[in-house]
Design a protein around this ligand. Structure first.
Ligand SMILES: [Zn+2]
Ligand SMILES: [Zn+2]
Length: 300
């Protein structure tokens, strides 16, 4: 197993008996990424048997309560465990809002919060990068500033085992291939690209809350996993007024998304059951669209 993705909350607006408000935990490359942090997220993390102290990054889509009210409690717990820093990404005024939330209780903050505010980008924009991954973002179409995130592992060159054996390459040869890009064996020159293939990096996209926009396809295209809101079933359900997505719209753009797995979340509490969603998806034989629920997880 390389990584794990767990949905910690799948309700929109307020929590229900079955569903908490939004949060998604991505564990990958030895790091923990928390996308949104609805109230009660830290308890969901414990229930899911995930390690809370492994969270190094918190990525907030927007500043509505159902996406951020869990942040102060979670930050205090990280501090309690001696974690010394947390990187937080969010829309403009995130820093001020987090500060207000933290000042709502008496507590001596020691953890260093590195908050990066991102004015919603008009085009897909790289907002953060490390050695083996980067994060892209683009503006969504909600009632307040809102952004989507795409986590992308960098593509890397991997050695072709069969070729390595056939050419009898040894440790010393690999060192030369890595440093000089070629090696000479039996008076033949072998270039690194002759013995390697490009392995596409893992891509995860998180989109909530938004009404219809072409930016969804721009950001999410070709993802391995897309977690996307489907608050409503179809347009009659005030999707335009409250600026949310419908299952019908997601099905309309499905071919263009070209994602390996699509997980729906942020369901309106007006649906006591998601049977109509289920039937619609089954009718079209789309077996890579999943109806998310709390603790739904994918290992990859
Ligand atoms: Zn919401
Ligand atoms: Zn919202």
């Amino acid at each position: 197993m390389k990584g794990k993705l767990v949905l910690l909350g799948t309700s929109s607006g307020i929590p229900t008996k079955e569903r908490n408000t939004t949060a998604v935990y991505l564990q990958f490359l030895g790091k923990g990424f928390l996308f949104d942090c609805g109230e009660g997220t830290q308890r969901q993390i414990f229930k899911a048997d995930l390690n809370i102290t492994k969270i190094d990054y918190m990525l907030l889509t927007h500043l509505h309560g159902d996406h951020v009210l869990g942040a102060p409690g979670l930050i205090q717990t990280l501090d309690f465990h001696g974690k010394n820093k947390l990187k937080i990404f969010g829309t403009p005024t995130t820093s001020q809002k987090i500060d207000c939330l933290l000042k709502g209780s008496i507590y001596n903050k020691e953890i260093q919060l590195q908050i990066k505010e991102i004015p919603p980008p008009a085009t897909v924009t790289k907002i953060y990068e490390e050695k083996d991954f980067f994060i892209n973002s683009i503006s969504m179409n909600h009632v307040i500033d809102c952004i989507g995130y795409s986590f992308q592992e960098k593509d890397r060159k991997v050695y072709n085992k069969d070729l390595i054996q056939r050419l009898n390459l040894k440790k010393q040869d690999f060192i030369q291939l890595e440093t000089q890009g070629f090696v000479t064996k039996n008076s033949k020159t072998i270039k690194k690209e002759d013995v390697t293939t490009l392995k596409k990096g893992f891509k995860f996209t998180f989109i909530t809350d938004t009404y219809e926009t072409d930016n969804i396809i721009k950001l999410a295209k070709d993802s391995d996993i897309l977690v996307i809101e489907s608050t409503y079933f179809d347009e009659d359900d005030k999707a335009k007024e409250y600026k949310h997505l419908t299952l019908k719209y997601i099905l309309k753009i499905y071919p263009e998304l070209n994602c390996k797995k699509i997980v729906l979340t942020h369901f309106s509490r007006k649906y006591a059951s998601l049977d109509i969603f289920k039937k619609e998806i089954q009718m079209r034989n789309l077996d890579n669209i999943y109806l998310g629920y709390d603790f739904f997880s994918i290992q990859f």
